[in-house]
Ligand binder design. Structure first.
Ligand code: HXC
Length: 257
């Protein structure tokens, strides 16, 4: 596919999408959101891919939804365009997504990071929900995912004041998985993704799904889900291979069976 706003490549079993509207600090316009959805959907369908990395530029991961595109829209424009729903294909991807965040991750850009399973940030990363300063509120899930990630007190602070938090505060708060030096960011994200992709695909998908259930249900329901998913993995050849390899003191060769 010919993409205009993103760069797409594969590194072994890892799919890499780089947001590529540097002049607009990777502002997320409708075209970019659509292309990102297409690329993620293609990686989801590609059996050779086990995990995906979403990266931006050095100055900005993404500075939010494209304000110039939104500025003149009416209620019905926004209602029928359903930009939020356009993220459905990304969120539906069962393979793990790792965000590699350098510089600004604001508004929709912060929300894109929140839609990823692992967030690796460079020391320069800045997260914020400045929508309030524009007369709107987060619209790609920020009021919900940010609150679940960092709790009500901090989410209210960020969403109501529009202030930014740096990488260190974001990690301390639970939004960011790891902070790394800027020159290590992409390598760290790619190697985490390669590590994930090297494991049994069924186990990886089940692990991700079970953690997601923790976000959406109560404890006893979640524990019941985990138990069934755990038990089901004993139907895979990869479970036998993983455990036999441990006993035989060798590296497992998972075959996604
Ligand atoms: C469109 C944007 C943009 C955006 C930056 N640009 N952010 N264009 N939409 N979200 C453009 C600028 O207009 C400028 O274009 C170029 O990128 C460089 O940006 P500067 O502002 O000149 O850079 P700098 O002074 O370094 O400031 C960086 C910044 C600032 C602090 C990140 O750009 C900024 O505040 N951006 C807006 C952040 C924001 O409010 N995001 C939330 C959007 S609402 P030119 O042509 O002048 O060079 C949102 C809602 C999501 O995300 C839900 C919707 C359903």
């Amino acid at each position: 596919a010919a993409y205009e706003t993103i760069l797409v490549e594969t590194r072994g079993a890892v799919g890499l999408v780089t947001l590529n509207r540097p002049k607009a600090l990777n502002a997320l316009n409708a075209r970019l959101i659509g292309e990102l959805g297409d690329a993620i959907q293609a990686f989801e369908a590609d059996e050779a891919i086990g995990a995906v990395v979403i990266a931006g530029g050095e100055k900005a991961f993404a500075a939010g939804a494209d304000i110039t595109e939104m500025a003149s829209k009416s209620f019905t424009d926004v209602y029928f365009a359903d930009l939020g729903g356009a993220w459905g294909r990304l969120v539906a991807c069962r393979k793990p997504r790792i965000a590699a965040v350098s510089g600004y991750a604001l508004g929709g850009g912060a929300e894109l990071a929140q839609m990823c399973d692992v967030v690796i940030a460079s020391e320069t990363a800045k997260f914020g929900q400045p929508e309030i300063t524009l007369g709107i509120i987060p619209g790609f899930g920020g009021t919900q995912r940010l609150t679940r990630a960092i709790g009500k007190a901090k989410a209210m602070d960020l969403i109501l004041t529009g202030r930014m938090m740096d990488a260190e505060e974001a990690e301390r708060s639970g939004l960011v998985s790891r902070v790394v030096p800027g020159d290590r960011l992409l390598d760290e994200a790619l190697s985490a993704a390669a590590k994930i992709a090297s494991f049994s695909r069924a186990a990886v998908l089940a692990a991700k799904e079970a953690v997601e259930v923790a976000h959406e249900t109560g404890l006893s329901e979640g524990v019941r889900f985990e138990r069934r998913a755990f038990q089901a993995l004993f139907a895979t050849e990869d479970q036998k291979e993983g455990m036999v390899a441990f006993v035989e003191k060798r590296k497992p060769a998972f075959r996604n069976r």
